[in-house]
Design a protein around this ligand. Structure first.
Ligand SMILES: [Zn+2]
Length: 723
């Protein structure tokens, strides 16, 4: 559900990716003195299909001309051009100005952007061996380009000179923001450090990176080794014959013919726990999961984590931050670990009460079924699944006939965008696509002018990554004169040829979600490409998408699209109610496991360097034990020792972001409810103050300007049925 991670571009675009450096104004010749040679850096020329913008409408990629063999040379040329452009900016003899430094960086790297946007879209949605090879070959070169930008002392000196004079340069608000974000990013990369400190940072980065890689390897091996092996088929009661056969084969493959092996999934909870009726097997599977990385020996991750947490804290301290969370969160909406923790702890009282209610309901069911025990974590899913069936029994096949995909898109998703933001859509068949299943729409603004292109790639394919995402082929930017070209990709199972194109309730919801990201791109109204559209902080980027899900079940929208594909009849009211109530089932558990994982992440990364190395189990027990939640029955989705998101890289001090954006989503929806609901006027306000703003403002200020208040947790708790 995330926006596709644009490795290069959010990082590179920041320091600029694009075609040609602006001609730098030379000093007017002085009569007597010999004329100084004008500054004319040599920038290599690109060749091939990505060398120039496409001539198609909206500069959209011309898939009729792009071949797999084009990407490697185009990316390599793009990198070389971008490197030359960066050098040219850094070595410019003229005094640094916003124009010759910041704007020049924004305009640099255009060929790389063009090639890489298409390349990363295809490697995610429609890959093959050739593209995968290009990916491996170009990744280190892209990393080297990032270093060439952020470790360039001369370039940083120019940025710093502007930053130090920022209040006297007469900059507009978006320019101030661009300058601050760029400056902060250099500082975060160590640009301010001198001599020994710079060396220390290098050595910390090296060791941290090694530990992160080692963690990933230990966890993969440990998870594999901790798979549960049982001796008899009877122990697997509740599973299907096909699943039992798979377990038998998995055991045989590891030299244990005649036994049965259940491999572990990443999370604490294992999906099979919902169906294994043998309690001893459930307990054994759960314990295998919980202890996978704490079994002593080579794959025990605890000593490594203890060192890694300490080194991250030391790195943050060296860069001038009190702890690692403060370091990584400085450009986020929450800004500090204190704010994130305060938000999460604000959810605890209602959550604790809900968990207690849910546990009691499950205990009652256990008793009714003749059990003489109280629910344990290995029982929860099993009995919750039975409760769900008892209370909300409905079949996916009853719901699907009301969700024909084109109808959901045009009369649901697009209809909501029309009612709220005044947009209209027209399908077009004249533009080449990368796969025959992809459709293209022109998006028109309220005055009928052409605004954007929208590509939709809904069906599961073997060469497509799992999940759903949104990204851009072309970013909106007034500076570059470009309008947005955005795409949504998802993985709905494609019905057989000749069958109606029906999708599940969840897939329809995913369409609204991803289109919320798409609107963030389509409605962008920014000058600078690196702060336009959905290129926003992790704890903000899921806000427009989660928010857009609300409109799916708005009565006016739902009635407009949820019609039987054969009869056109609306979905029966009791079925709608059942589906909606089911979505609020077991939320004390669902939110609980996510929240405790996020709190663990945050507490680990809020440790100052002075705290020293921690004992992993003692720290975890303390962090979870002090919350007042039923953590013994509702354990965190990931335990410290196998929390790949935070120790393997990427999400350190960022796991709270999903809940944070959920809070924003429900708070904003509450604002709509209080102000007359789905109206053009309300939609326009949200469009103007949030969706068009990209990353051009501090997020908290942006939100306050829209809602007239700071966001709170009450609407979120209500929406989850926890209040
Ligand atoms: Zn998303």
């Amino acid at each position: 559900m995330h926006k596709l991670a644009l490795v290069s571009l959010s990082a590179l675009a920041m320091a600029g990716c694009s075609g040609k450096v602006e001609p730098v104004a030379s000093v007017p010749p002085v009569a007597a003195a010999p004329e100084p040679a004008p500054y004319a850096p040599v920038i290599p020329e690109g060749t091939g299909v990505f060398a120039q913008p496409s001539t198609l409408p909206f500069q959209t990629p011309d898939f009729s001309k792009i071949k797999d063999s084009d990407f490697q040379p185009a990316i390599e040329q793009g990198i070389a051009i971008n490197q030359a452009e960066i050098e040219a900016i850094a070595n410019n003899p003229a005094e640094p100005t916003f124009e010759n430094t910041m704007v020049a960086m924004e305009k640099s790297g255009q060929m790389l952007t063009r090639a890489y946007y298409v390349f990363s879209a295809l490697t995610s949605a429609n890959t093959n061996d050739t593209l995968d090879k290009v990916d491996s070959a170009t990744a280190p070169k892209l990393a080297a380009l990032r270093d060439a930008i952020y470790l360039n002392d001369k370039l940083f000196a120019r940025v710093k000179s502007l930053y130090d004079r920022r209040d006297s340069l007469g900059l507009a608000a978006d320019e101030q923001r661009l300058l601050k974000l760029t400056y902060d990013r250099f500082v975060q990369n160590g640009a301010m450090l001198q001599g020994a400190d710079k060396e220390k940072l290098k050595s910390l980065n090296g060791r941290i990176s090694t530990l992160q890689t080692e963690f990933g390897q230990k966890l993969t091996a440990g998870t594999r080794d901790a798979a549960l092996v049982v001796n008899t088929k009877a122990e697997l009661a509740g599973l299907s014959e096909a699943e039992i056969a798979t377990a038998a084969k998995a055991a045989a493959d590891r030299g244990m013919k005649g036994k049965f092996l259940l491999p572990l999934q990443n999370t604490t909870q294992q999906p099979l726990l919902a169906r294994l009726s043998n309690r001893a097997t459930r307990k054994a599977l759960y314990e295998a999961s919980w202890n996978r990385s704490e079994r002593g020996g080579a794959n025990d991750t605890r000593a490594l984590i203890s060192e890694l947490a300490q080194l991250r804290a030391e790195k943050a301290q060296l860069l001038g931050f009190p702890d690692f969370a403060s370091f990584t969160m400085s450009d986020q909406m929450a800004k500090t670990p204190g704010n994130a923790l305060k938000f999460m702890e604000g959810l605890v009282p209602a959550l604790a009460a809900a968990q207690k209610r849910e546990a009691e309901e499950i205990d009652a069911l256990i008793k009714r079924s003749g059990g003489k025990f109280s629910v344990e974590p290995w029982d929860w899913d099993y009995y919750a699944e039975r409760l769900r069936k008892e209370k909300y029994a409905f079949d996916e096949s009853q719901v699907k006939p009301y969700f024909e995909i084109t109808n959901v898109l045009e009369n649901g998703v697009f209809f909501a965008a029309n009612q709220l933001y005044g947009l209209t859509f027209r399908k077009r068949d004249d533009l080449p696509v990368y796969h025959p299943d992809v459709t293209v729409y022109t998006v028109y603004d309220k005055d009928g002018s052409e605004m954007a292109l929208f590509y939709f790639d809904p069906w599961k394919r073997d060469n497509k990554q799992g999940g759903a995402w949104m990204s851009n082929f072309v970013d909106q930017s007034h500076l570059m004169g470009t309008k947005p070209v955005v795409f949504n990709v998802q993985n709905s199972p494609k019905p057989a040829p000749g069958q109606p194109l029906l999708i599940s309730f969840t897939d329809a919801e995913t369409m609204f979600h991803e289109f919320g990201h798409a609107l963030h791109g389509i409605l962008s109204n920014q000058r600078y490409p690196s702060i336009s559209g959905a290129s926003t902080a992790r704890d903000f980027v899921e806000f427009p998408s989660q928010f857009n899900e609300n409109w799916m079940t708005d009565p006016r929208v739902f009635a407009n699209f949820a019609k039987h594909y054969q009869t056109g009849a609306p979905m029966p009211k009791d079925l709608v109610a059942k589906v909606e109530r089911a979505a609020r089932f077991n939320q004390g558990y669902a939110l609980g496991e996510a929240l405790t994982a996020a709190i663990l992440d945050q507490k680990w990364h809020a440790l100052p360097a002075s705290a020293g190395r921690q004992d992993v189990n003692a720290f975890e027990n303390q962090a979870l034990g002090s919350l007042g939640l039923l953590t013994a029955k509702v354990p965190p989705r990931y335990r410290t020792s196998y929390f790949r998101h935070i120790w393997g890289g990427g999400y350190a001090a960022g796991y709270y972001a999903y809940q944070w954006t959920e809070m924003l989503n429900h708070d904003a929806f509450q604002w709509f409810v209080e102000n007359g609901g789905m109206t053009r006027e309300n939609g326009q306000r949200f469009r103007d103050m949030v969706l068009s703003q990209g990353n051009s403002k501090d997020y908290a200020e942006m939100y306050r300007a829209f809602a007239g208040r700071d966001p709170g947790v009450e609407p979120m708790l209500k929406a989850r049925g926890l209040k």
